[in-house]
Design a protein around this ligand. Structure first.
Ligand code: AMP
Ligand code: ZN
Length: 301
């Protein structure tokens, strides 16, 4: 590898990522996808033992759900909404004329009912709430989705569209806290066995604006979010997994309810799949055939 090239340039040079001209929007090679697929199989081997309900949503949710979720309060700068042309013939002529003359053609675009999913677990909470109170043992889900965050960056680990694999637990405070503590141990086992250096630290979400400063302090002080950080492309290690305890936030937001009518608590563990793949390529090299035998055995054995 040419050490003078950035890690992003090296990944593009090796054909693992395909540039599009927009920071944070890349194609992935077959090798890159294979690593993600094999890593997910490892996660499933661990998490599947708890018999989660497996659900896949497309990388979108309803705009209404995004509004209700409170995301626009905390992270308006990251949200993405889908807009479409909804005009008639005359508007169409104007659109084509604007395109022809290189003017802004997007003025007539109108918001649709669809927003891009910011985290894979988001569609689960309104779905569960609509299905009625939780059973006494609570519920557990396995979700995976492409997620959108508007944070263009030349850091290959900060993409605008990336995948998150999550387990989501809903139940009593005790049930969901035990779930989160258990997954920190499991994740340490998986990432350690893949021979990646890691640390588990309190998280720092980019809450927006002045009100966001309070939320940041609250999140840290109450230990609501921990992250597993791994060195990837920067001197600072990168958050590759997160362990979130939302307390009864989604009881208030969506009406997630316990069997006895009390507020449901929730927690989720999220694996940033691209970041984990990038960490593996960083630490073991760009060709998985050259990776340590035990790591290869775990993933392809
Ligand atoms: P979060 O909801 O911020 O905790 O995100 C969950 C996981 O998704 C993080 O631990 C990262 O591994 C991953 N992730 C978050 N933002 C990005 C991004 N911009 N690009 C790639 N992965 C990301
Ligand atoms: Zn989540």
């Amino acid at each position: 590898m040419d050490a003078t090239l950035s890690y992003l340039d090296q990944l593009i040079g090796a054909g693992l990522l395909i540039p599009t001209g927009v920071d944070g929007l890349y194609g992935r090679s077959g090798t890159f996808e294979d690593v993600i697929c094999r890593f997910e199989a490892l996660v499933t081997a661990e998490g599947g033992r708890d018999n989660p309900e497996v659900i896949r949503f497309p990388p979108a949710m309803t705009r209404r759900q995004l509004e209700t979720s409170g995301y626009m309060k905390s992270f308006p700068q990251l949200a993405g909404t889908v807009h479409s042309f909804c005009g008639g013939d005359h508007d169409h002529m104007e659109l084509l004329a604007a395109l022809d003359s290189g003017e802004d053609w997007t003025k007539g675009q109108e918001p649709t009912d669809i927003a891009l999913t910011p985290a894979a677990c988001y569609p689960i909470y309104p779905m569960v709430a609509a299905q009625g109170p939780l059973p006494p043992e609570g519920r557990l889900f396995d979700v995976q989705s492409y997620c959108f965050r508007h944070e263009p960056s030349a850091d290959p680990a900060r993409m605008q569209l990336f995948r998150m694999r999550e387990y989501v637990r809903l139940g009593t405070a005790e049930q969901v806290q035990a779930f989160r503590a258990g997954w920190i141990k499991r994740a340490e086992g998986i990432i350690g066995a893949l021979r990646l250096p890691y640390d588990v630290v309190p998280a720092n979400d980019p809450f927006f604006g002045r009100a966001g400063k309070m939320m940041k302090v609250n999140q840290r002080d109450q230990g609501l979010k921990l992250e597993m950080v791994i060195p990837v492309a920067n001197p600072q290690p990168t958050a590759c997994l997160s362990f979130n305890y939302h307390q009864d936030h989604f009881a208030g937001t969506w009406g997630v309810q316990l069997a006895d009518g009390g507020p449901g608590h929730t927690a989720c563990v999220g694996f940033g799949l691209e970041r984990i793949a990038l960490a593996l390529f960083k630490h073991h090299g760009f060709d998985p055939r050259d990776w340590p035998t035990d790591v290869r055995g775990l993933l392809w054995g």
